[in-house]
Design a protein around this ligand. Structure first.
Ligand code: CU
Length: 577
C-alpha cells in the first residue's frame, strides 16, 4: 500500500487533471455556499460572566448572516449557537450540572455510522459530553469521549480551577461526533483569571479584562446550502474546509473599535483549517499568551499561526489608526496546511483569505502602554529541568484502502477501541513524573496534537527521513488487530510500540517559536517532522508548574483536527498512581 506522500508525488508526475483520485475529487463536491456580503454583520460578543450552577445544552434558531435566514443550531446556556464566555478566579472551584436538552441533529444528514462510536440513534437522540480544553481536571469531569449522556439526562462537572490564568475553551467531545457537534455550535470560551489578570482588569499588566476591550473570537469555517442551512458532507472525509469564515457565529463580521488597546482571546475552533492571521494594515499582533497562560514577554508578530484547538491571547493597538479606517483580519494559510494540494489541483482552492473586519470609530485616541513583563506574580517560564523518566515515540499516520481512500487516521496504528480495551496498547505515565513525548508526523499535512489534563513545553522540532523511517517501521508489522470491527481489516501495517526514530532524523533540532515558548496543550506537528514535548504528569513532577493537581485516571490524547479525532486519531492514556 502506498503512503499518501508517495501517492501525491506519483499524481504530480501525471499532471494536473489526470487521474484525480477519489480522495481529492471528493473535495470538489462540497456545496458552494450562497454569495454573502462581507463585513456587513456585526460581530456578536459574549463578554465573560460567572459560570452558572446549571447549564442547558439545547437547540435554538440562529442566522449566520442576514441573507441566510434562521435554522436550527445548538448552543450552551441559552444561546442559540456557541456558549457564553465564562470567567473564574484561580483556585475558586466551580460545580456545573449540564443538561442534555438536544433534539434531532441539525446536521442529521452527515451522521456517519461507519465512524467509531456513532449510531443511527445519534440523529434523533444525540449524545453529548463537555470537555474543558486546557483544564487540569479530575477524570470524571474531563469529558472522556465515552462519558456521554442522552437527552433528558445530565452530568455534573467539577472544575477546581487550580491553575494559572489562561485561555481555555469548552466543547463537545462525544466519540465519533465531535466534528458535527462543534459545527452545530457546541463550543464556548472559559477564561481563568489570577492576580496578574484579575476579573474586571486593573491588574499589574495594565491590560483589559472583560467588556468592552477584551473580546473573545471563536474562529470557524462553514458551508451553507442554497436555503441557508448549514452544509456538511454526508460521508466522513479526511478534512473539512468550509468556504465561509464564521467568527462568534456570524459570517465575515465587522467590529467597530475605539482608538485604543484591545485584547482578543482567539481560539481556532475549526475542523481542519489552520489560520495564519495578519492585519491588512500591517500592524503587528502582540501576542501575550498562548494556550495555557501568559508568555514571559510580549511577542510582536506580523503573522500569527493557529492550528485547530490552539489559542492566542493577543493585543492590537488601534490608537494609531484613523477614524474610519477599515482593517481586515486576513489569513494566508493554505489548506490543507502548510502546502495545500499544490501538486495535484489548484493550490488556492480551499483558501480563506479574509476572516473579519475592524472599523475604527471616531473619537480621540487613547493609547495604553504595552506591558513589558507578563509574569509579575507567576514564576517566569523556564525549561523543565527534571530529566524525563522515559521517552515515548508516537506516530501520526493513516490507513488507506486500495483506491487510496483514507479509511482511518491513526496514532501508533492503534484503533480507539483496541486501546480502550487493552491496556498494553495505552501510554501509561506515572503520576508526578516528567516524560518526553515525541510526535512523529509521517504525512504530507500538518496535525495539531492535544493532551488532556496537563500542559507541556515544546522542546524542539526536527526533520525525519520519513520514507526510510516508514519502511523500517512497516517492517515491524503487520500487527493483528485486537478488535475486529476496525475499518482496515484484521491487521494494521505497523507493529506497536512505534520504532525508535533516532537513526532517521535529519538536520538539527529547532527550538519552538517565541510565541510557542509557554505552556501549551496543543502543538502543530508539521509534515515529516518530529516534535519533542516535555510533559509534567502532576503538580509535583517538577518545580514552577502552572497547575496544582496530581490526578490519576483515564484521559485522552488526540489530533485536534476534528474529522481526524472522530475517525480514530485519538487514544486513551492512563495516569497511574
Ligand atoms: Cu490530524
Amino acid at each position: 500500500m502506498l503512503t499518501r506522500k508517495q501517492f501525491l508525488t506519483m499524481s504530480a508526475g501525471l499532471g494536473v487533471g489526470v487521474l484525480l483520485p477519489e480522495v481529492l475529487k471528493a473535495k470538489r463536491t462540497y456545496a458552494a455556499s450562497p454569495r454573502l456580503s462581507k463585513f456587513t454583520e456585526s460581530l456578536p460578543i459574549s463578554y465573560p460572566i460567572s459560570p452558572p450552577s446549571t447549564l442547558d445544552i439545547a437547540p435554538g434558531k440562529h442566522s449566520f448572516h442576514s441573507s441566510l435566514g434562521s435554522f436550527t443550531t445548538w448552543g450552551y446556556g441559552g444561546l442559540s449557537y456557541l456558549g457564553p464566555t465564562f470567567e473564574v478566579t484561580r483556585g475558586t472551584p466551580v460545580k456545573i450540572r449540564a443538561f442534555n436538552k438536544l433534539g434531532t441533529h441539525p446536521l442529521a444528514g452527515s451522521v456517519d455510522t461507519s465512524l467509531h462510536g456513532v449510531n443511527a440513534s445519534d440523529i434523533t437522540n444525540p449524545r453529548t459530553v463537555i470537555h474543558l480544553h486546557g483544564s487540569n481536571t479530575e477524570p470524571d469531569s474531563d469529558g472522556y469521549p465515552e462519558d456521554t449522556y442522552l437527552p433528558g439526562q445530565s452530568n455534573v462537572y467539577n472544575y477546581n480551577n487550580n491553575q494559572e490564568a489562561g485561555t481555555l475553551w469548552y466543547h463537545d467531545h462525544s466519540l465519533g461526533m465531535t466534528a458535527l457537534n462543534l459545527q452545530a455550535g457546541l463550543a464556548g470560551m472559559y477564561l481563568i483569571r489570577d492576580e496578574d489578570d484579575p476579573i474586571g482588569g486593573n491588574g499589574p499588566l495594565g491590560i483589559p479584562a472583560g467588556a468592552p476591550y477584551e473580546v473573545p473570537l471563536i474562529l470557524q469555517d462553514h458551508s451553507f446550502n442554497s436555503d441557508g442551512s448549514m452544509s456538511f458532507p454526508a460521508k466522513w472525509d479526511h478534512e473539512f474546509y468550509g468556504d465561509v469564515a464564521v467568527v462568534n457565529g456570524k459570517a465575515w463580521p465587522n467590529l467597530n473599535v475605539d482608538r485604543t488597546l484591545y485584547r482578543f482571546r482567539i481560539v481556532n475552533a475549526s475542523n481542519s483549517r489552520f489560520f495564519r492571521l495578519k492585519l491588512s494594515s500591517n500592524q503587528q499582533l502582540i501576542q501575550i499568551g498562548c494556550d495555557g497562560g501568559f508568555l514571559n514577554a510580549p511577542v510582536y508578530l506580523s503573522k500569527l499561526l493557529l492550528g485547530p484547538g490552539e489559542r492566542a491571547d493577543v493585543l492590537i493597538d488601534f490608537s494609531t489608526s484613523l477614524p474610519g479606517d477599515k482593517i481586515v483580519l486576513q489569513n494566508d494559510a493554505a489548506a490543507p496546511y502548510p502546502k495545500g494540494l499544490a501538486t495535484v489541483i489548484d493550490q488556492g482552492y480551499f483558501r480563506m483569505p479574509e476572516i473579519m473586519q475592524f472599523t475604527v470609530n471616531r473619537g480621540a485616541a487613547v493609547p495604553k502602554a504595552i506591558p513589558i513583563r507578563l509574569r509579575v506574580n507567576n514564576p517566569l517560564i523556564t525549561k523543565i529541568a527534571t530529566k524525563p523518566v522515559r521517552q515515548r515515540n508516537l506516530v501520526l499516520t493513516d490507513i488507506l484502502n486500495s483506491n487510496f481512500q483514507v479509511l482511518a487516521m491513526m496514532l501508533n496504528a492503534v484503533y480507539w477501541h483496541e486501546a480502550a480495551n487493552h491496556p498494553e496498547l495505552r501510554e501509561q505515565p506515572k503520576v508526578d513524573t516528567v516524560e518526553q513525548w515525541n510526535f512523529i508526523n509521517l504525512q504530507p499535512f500538518a496535525h495539531t496534537m492535544h493532551l488532556h489534563l496537563v500542559p507541556f513545553q515544546i522542546l524542539n522540532r526536527q526533520s525525519i527521513n520519513d520514507t526510510a523511517y516508514s519502511a523500517a517501521y512497516r517492517a515491524t508489522g503487520p500487527r493483528k488487530v485486537l478488535m475486529h470491527h476496525a475499518p482496515g481489516g484484521d491487521t494494521v501495517p505497523y507493529g506497536y510500540p512505534p520504532l525508535d526514530p533516532t537513526p532517521y532524523l535529519k538536520g538539527l533540532p529547532k527550538p519552538p517559536a517565541a510565541n510557542e515558548a509557554g505552556w501549551k496543550d496543543t502543538v502543530v506537528v508539521n509534515p515529516f517532522e518530529l516534535v519533542r514535548v516535555i510533559v509534567p504528569f502532576g503538580a509535583k513532577a517538577t518545580a514552577n508548574l502552572p497547575f496544582g493537581n496530581s490526578f490519576t485516571g483515564r484521559f485522552v490524547w488526540h489530533c485536534h483536527m476534528l474529522n481526524h479525532e472522530d475517525n480514530d486519531m485519538m487514544l486513551p492514556f492512563d495516569v497511574l498512581p
